[in-house]
Design a protein around this ligand. Structure first.
Ligand code: NAP
Ligand code: ZN
Ligand code: ZN
Length: 347
């Protein structure tokens, strides 16, 4: 079995260091690939810092993975050696439950449920994610990366792309719709591009005006800062759809107040601590509060093809393995512009 270098942390202080891991040989339906790029999602940070639940260490995170196939199993038809391949947040599911059959494998409730890209495997043994030089995955959970998308920029689409595309698509972002994206981070800056490409009139709601030029360049028509006095009241009743991508807990009331009657707030953020809201913000306007979790495999491929067709790509800062520790702090401090992507050739 191949032994490769990965980057791991040993506890919630998230100091990353090289670690040799074993990657399994591909089974009949699996492909082995060289990881070239791995994005740093804020969910990696929540996980590695045990903010959601106690993590198992050493931990090798990474669920925004882009690589090149090096070996395929005897029954593999979806990929050939030399193909580009992407892997997102999940690597297996039961395939037969209603959710799997509907293409929402992230909600699999069959035997074993959804298998996430890193963390315990079906037997409880730790598995490594994409901060590693190689990865083995079942062909059904690999994505084709279109040639039109820059390879390093493709990695973050595997999570940030699908997590924003899916709810924007589901809730009808498009011509005639006023859509606001809250938080201009890794997810938010992709969401702005996708919502604009879908034809919606897009606004960004950030904490400050620091990223205004970027937001407008990415396709937003308007940019607002909660730090500016009167923002929440000026925007009351303005948006048909609001997508919140905020990584910290917040008071949702001012944001809910910005919805039209019947408007929808989709919150995909997963902060460590609870956010707050008053039900009256929803009742007095028959508004809808929704969540969304990544997206299924078929929809992820649809998103990648949509991004290729509309010239959409994350803005990335490519870093080496030794930079991961500092990068985590910079993401938490909102200093990243807009996604760190690890180049595994530095390992
Ligand atoms: P990120 O790059 O750190 O961006 C988060 C943005 O939220 C920041 O850029 C900032 O935007 C805003 N923000 C941060 N702290 C805030 C606070 N205390 N109050 C208000 N705004 C704050 O993170 P990300 O990778 O985009 O991920 C965002 C969240 O989505 C994380 O919680 C992550 O775990 C979650 N997530 C969920 C899914 C899913 O399937 N539901 C998938 C992936 C990620 P401004 O500077 O513009 O204010
Ligand atoms: Zn993610
Ligand atoms: Zn299933």
């Amino acid at each position: 079995m191949p032994q490769v270098t990965a980057y791991a942390c040993d506890d919630e202080t998230t100091h990353f260091h090289p670690l040799t891991i074993t990657v399994r040989e591909p089974g009949p339906t699996e492909v082995l690939f060289d990881v070239k790029y791995a994005g740093i999602c804020h969910s990696d940070i929540h996980t590695a810092r045990s903010e959601w639940r106690q993590a198992t260490y050493p931990l090798v995170p990474g669920h925004e993975i882009a690589g090149i196939v090096t070996k395929i199993g005897s029954q593999v038809t979806k990929f050939a050696v030399g193909d580009k391949i992407g892997v997102g947040c999940m690597v297996d599911s039961c395939r037969v439950c209603g959710y799997c059959k509907d293409g929402t494998e992230q909600f699999c409730d069959g035997p074993g449920g959804t298998l996430w890209t890193y963390g315990p495997d079906r037997n409880g043994a730790p598995t490594a994610g994409g901060y590693a030089k190689a990865f083995t995955v079942d062909q059904d959970f690999g994505l084709h990366i279109p040639e039109a998308i820059d390879f390093s920029a493709a990695a973050p689409l595997m999570c940030a792309g699908i997590t924003t595309y899916s709810p924007l698509h589901h809730w009808g972002a498009g011509p005639g719709k006023k859509v606001a994206i809250v938080g201009l981070g890794g997810l938010g800056h992709v969401a702005v591009q996708i919502a604009a490409a879908m034809g919606a009139e897009v606004s960004v709601i950030s904490r400050t005006l620091a990223k205004q030029d970027d937001g407008l360049r990415l396709g937003a028509s308007h940019y607002y800062a909660m730090s500016e006095p009167g923002t929440a009241s000026a925007l009351r009743g303005s948006f048909d759809l609001i997508l919140t991508t905020v990584s910290g807990s917040t008071d949702l009331d001012p944001i809910i107040g910005m919805l039209t009657v019947g408007g929808v707030l989709v919150d995909v953020g997963l902060p460590e601590h609870a956010s707050t809201l008053h039900m009256s913000g929803l009742t007095h306007g028959a508004r809808i509060l929704a969540g969304s979790l990544i997206g299924g495999i078929a929809e992820t491929q649809e998103m990648l093809d949509f991004c290729a067709d509309h010239d959409i790509a994350p803005i990335v800062e490519v870093i080496g393995g030794e930079d991961i520790t500092a990068a985590y702090d910079k993401v938490v401090a909102s200093k990243v512009r807009y996604r760190y992507v690890i180049d595994t050739s530095t390992f």
